[in-house]
Ligand binder design. Structure first.
Ligand SMILES: *[C@@H]1O[C@H](CO)[C@@H](O)[C@H](O)[C@H]1NC(C)=O
Ligand SMILES: *[C@@H]1O[C@H](CO)[C@@H](O)[C@H](O)[C@H]1NC(C)=O
Ligand SMILES: *[C@@H]1O[C@H](CO)[C@@H](O)[C@H](O)[C@H]1NC(C)=O
Ligand SMILES: *[C@@H]1O[C@H](CO)[C@@H](O)[C@H](O)[C@H]1NC(C)=O
Ligand SMILES: *[C@@H]1O[C@H](CO)[C@@H](O)[C@H](O)[C@H]1NC(C)=O
Ligand SMILES: *[C@@H]1O[C@H](CO)[C@@H](O)[C@H](O)[C@H]1NC(C)=O
Ligand SMILES: *[C@@H]1O[C@H](CO)[C@@H](O)[C@H](O)[C@H]1NC(C)=O
Length: 755
């Protein structure tokens, strides 16, 4: 095996130098109508044409007939020149490397410049998204204002940077909320007053999330060559306003609420919250973010928030008030990798985000059972050490480095976090134990064993994707379990977005590293995707209520992954995900543009619902409406017109083991926002084991904005077992073209809140 290696290397060497010296890859356009009759097909014509201009035998990379007419090939300049004189030649272009849309997620959720919601909404032009977060680093290219329209006349916000020129047409507002912080930590008052009065992002989080939702286009963005391509926010022409209420020293609800309050006054359209308060069993009126969000909602502001990173356990969700759109987090089918190539040619891929420039040459390989290399022991100097699974990864690898090892291969099956593996500031390959024998045999038996490591490989299109992440918090929402949460899920894992260039993102053994982009993971990254989508919808339908926008996003969500199977749950052994993990499904902005029917509701409808379900309705309703009307609960209602249904079958468990049937009835109303005359038929999917009756089975709409109601009866013929979750959809499909499918997730459960 070892003997073949130099030959392989030589071939590779010659090809690459030849290509660099004089040839390039080109796409050649040809006139198909000029094809001489002797040729039976385009490919043979293209081949013959190419042979006639070249002494060697150039190879066609692709023959095209549909997307373009012509072919691609590696050609020298002189070959290209003589090609121009051939029959049928039209033109050529350099085969430019295709730039991935780096944050990838706009592309992954279907956004594209040629059709759908991006061009229709003019990329969110004119809409203002407010972020309550850690501030913003205005120097980022993502916040340049090229192509952005002027500040809307309704805008009342201001910029609290030291210089008035920091804001522009993209970044139209930046304010500071520090009073809660300074009140809670008085010692900070004396210290660096300036620091606490500037909206500059000293953490990086706010910069990252605001660029996910509304960052402008930035060419050639990457994280140390990973995820290279053009970066773009979901609503790249929307305006950004930031409200700095999150500080290194702590985040206080008082500051967050003041920020939301100000944002409402300033005139934002969408508010994006990638933060939340984690506390158990608190009632809604004691959740200041929920209360402040209701005020925004009443003013027509669309409120989006992350569901929290405390999954995969039920009841771990936060920010689940019914008027908030609560977002869970998933994958985008992209992997960041390195490749280990043994001297015998065996290749193993491994996950990595190592940011350094590692020289990918073969170096000696040394196998040790443990990476515990004693200080002063030089046996691994200038070698790649291979070792087995061990605890305390970081410190052992630091030790390996200090003994002169250039890199390490760690064989392990342990579940290791992103921080423990791909963020390690040392070139290391974590490989699965299925490769143990192959690597060990080679390293131990070949005296001259070598290996090389290559980094900075980005693979897209991995399947299945999306999948909901383990860390993403799961519903129900303890403070309001009668509304199914989360609402939706969106990309949140290793999302590339803007980062303060003056803030360290990574490091190698020798130095800290900086970058204008960072890859971060969490529901914090998922929420701004939905904020961006809401801005796009708002641009197209400025008069739609927040409930209507939420309905459009939820009823059109995707429930299939890129293998056309049901979306899976990483936190549940990759089994199909239930709505307590993914809500209605994965956000699909192009479909949300034309939902056909919507579940609309007013702030008063939410109050009527709370009056019915809350433990202490008057206290709650007074808190959220900030008013003291004694008759505010005069119309309590068990039904909120929400685009999701959750039914608890728990009460009748008390009936001493008898298997009586329990029935729950839900009433919903749909508003026709599609064509005036449309008939819809009901379709029930999933919900096995339940008896589901929908009445009526057909909805006949005769005019636009007409409202028609239906009821869903769920009968559980047997006692649902503890922890049992049965789920599915009640969907309305239009009879004419099947153009619309308006889906409502339905979940029946015997889950009980432990407290
Ligand atoms: C893009 O950035 C990389 C470094 O990350 C650099 O090597 C390359 O030349 C840049 N390309 C363009 C077109 O600016
Ligand atoms: C890697 O190489 C690039 C281009 O030569 C350089 O700009 C960058 O600073 C290097 N990175 C490290 C970590 O040395
Ligand atoms: C150095 O460590 C290796 C194990 O990594 C061990 O086999 C060897 O005996 C040590 N050499 C000395 C001089 O201690
Ligand atoms: C290892 O390399 C040395 C020197 O390069 C050579 O003399 C020896 O034959 C090689 N051993 C094997 C087993 O290939
Ligand atoms: C609210 O109204 C009731 C009577 O309607 C009154 O007794 C009470 O003091 C009021 N509370 C506040 C805070 O105004
Ligand atoms: C209730 O139903 C379950 C399963 O359907 C059965 O095993 C059980 O014996 C039944 N209990 C009674 C009291 O009928
Ligand atoms: C809708 O249904 C009604 C009543 O069933 C029927 O008269 C009408 O023709 C249908 N309209 C369309 C567009 O299918």
């Amino acid at each position: 095996m070892a003997a073949t290696l130099p030959i392989l290397l030589t071939i590779f060497f010659f090809r690459s130098t030849a290509a660099m010296a004089e040839t390039g890859s080109y796409i050649v356009h040809m006139d198909l109508s000029a094809m001489p009759s002797p040729f039976s097909d385009h490919h043979s014509w293209f081949s013959a044409t190419l042979s006639s201009v070249s002494g060697r035998k150039p190879e066609i990379i692709y023959s095209y007939t549909d997307s373009i007419h012509g072919f691609s090939a590696l050609l020298t300049i002189s070959e290209l020149e003589s090609l121009k004189r051939q029959t049928g030649y039209v033109s050529f272009t350099r085969d430019f490397p295709v730039q991935l849309h780096t944050t990838l997620s706009p592309q992954f959720i279907g956004l594209n410049p040629n059709s759908g919601i991006w061009p229709v909404s003019n990329y969110g032009d004119g809409v203002v998204i407010g972020f309550v977060d850690t501030g913003i680093w205005p120097g980022s290219a993502s916040f340049h204002d090229e192509g952005i329209s002027s500040v809307p006349s309704k805008w009342k916000g201001t910029c609290e940077f030291n210089s008035p020129f920091v804001c522009n047409k993209k970044l139209i507002g930046a304010r500071v909320f520090n009073k809660g912080l300074l009140a809670n930590i008085p010692s900070l008052r004396a210290k660096a007053k300036r620091h606490y009065s500037s909206p500059y992002d000293t953490i990086g989080h706010g910069t990252h999330v605001s660029a996910i939702a509304a960052g402008n286009h930035v060419k050639n963005a990457s994280y140390f060559a990973y995820a290279e391509g053009t970066a773009s926010g979901i609503a790249p022409r929307a305006h950004i306003a930031v409200y700095k209420a999150a500080w290194e020293e702590g985040i206080y609800s008082s500051d967050v609420v003041a920020a939301i309050d100000q944002a409402i006054q300033d005139g934002i359209d969408v508010i994006s919250l990638s933060l939340g308060i984690s506390f158990d069993g608190v009632s809604l009126e004691d959740d200041p973010i929920a209360v402040a969000a209701f005020a925004a909602f009443q003013k027509g502001v669309f409120v989006v928030a992350s569901s929290g990173n405390d999954g995969p356990f039920y009841w771990s969700l936060i920010n689940g008030a019914p008027w908030i759109t609560t977002v869970a987090s998933g994958t985008v089918g992209r992997r960041f990798e390195g490749i280990l190539t043994l001297g015998n040619g065996v290749r193993v891929r491994f996950p990595s985000l190592y940011p350094g420039n590692f020289s990918s040459t073969q170096v000696p390989l040394k196998f040790t059972e443990s990476c515990d290399i004693p200080k002063g022991n030089e046996s691994s100097k200038n070698k790649i050490v291979v070792c087995n699974d061990y605890a305390d990864v970081r410190s052992k690898l630091e030790q390996a480095q200090s003994t002169g090892a250039v890199a390490a291969v760690v064989i392990t099956d342990k579940f290791l976090s992103e921080q423990e593996t791909i963020r390690i500031p040392f070139p290391v390959a974590f490989v699965s134990s299925k490769h143990r024998e192959t690597i060990k045999d080679y390293a131990k038996n070949d005296m001259n064993a070598t290996a090389k490591l290559e980094f900075k490989k980005t693979m897209t299109g991995a399947k299945p994707a999306p999948e909901v992440e383990r860390y993403s918090s799961r519903g129900p929402f303890p403070s309001c379990p009668n509304v199914l949460k989360p609402d939706i899920f969106a990309p949140g894992t290793l999302i590339l977005s803007a980062w303060p260039s003056d803030k360290q993102v990574a490091g190698t053994r020798t130095r800290p590293l900086f970058s204008g982009f960072n890859l971060l993971t969490g529901t914090s990254m998922a929420a701004p995707h939905v904020s961006g989508v809401a801005a796009l919808i708002k641009q197209v339908y400025p008069r739609w209520s927040p409930s209507a926008i939420k309905s459009a996003i939820m009823t059109t969500a995707e429930t299939m992954d890129n293998t056309l199977g049901r979306i899976k749950d990483i936190g549940d052994k990759h089994r199909p995900a239930n709505p307590l993990a993914i809500g209605a499904g994965h956000v699909n902005p192009n479909k949300a543009l034309n939902p056909g029917l919507i579940y609309d509701s007013t702030p008063q409808d939410f109050i009527n619902f709370l009056c019915h379900v809350a433990k202490n309705p008057m206290k709650l309703v007074k808190a959220i409406t900030r008013s003291n009307l004694s008759n505010i609960c005069r119309n309590p209602s068990p039904d909120l017109n929400y685009p999701a249904i959750i039914a608890y079958f728990t009460a009748y468990q008390d009936n001493s083991g008898s298997n009586q049937t329990a029935t729950k009835v839900f009433r919903r109303t749909l508003t026709n926002v599609g064509e005036a005359k449309r008939n819809y038929s009901v379709r029930v999917r999933g919900l096995e084991g339940l008896n589901v009756v929908v009445e009526p089975k057909k909805l006949v709409f005769n005019e636009k904005y007409e409202r028609l109601s239906y009821t869903v009866r769920l009968e559980s013929p047997r006692m649902l077992l503890q922890e049992n979750v049965i789920h599915g959809f009640v969907s309305w499909v239009d009879d004419e073209e099947g153009k619309y499918e308006v889906s409502c997730p339905v979940l029946a459960t015997s889950l009980v809140q432990d407290s």
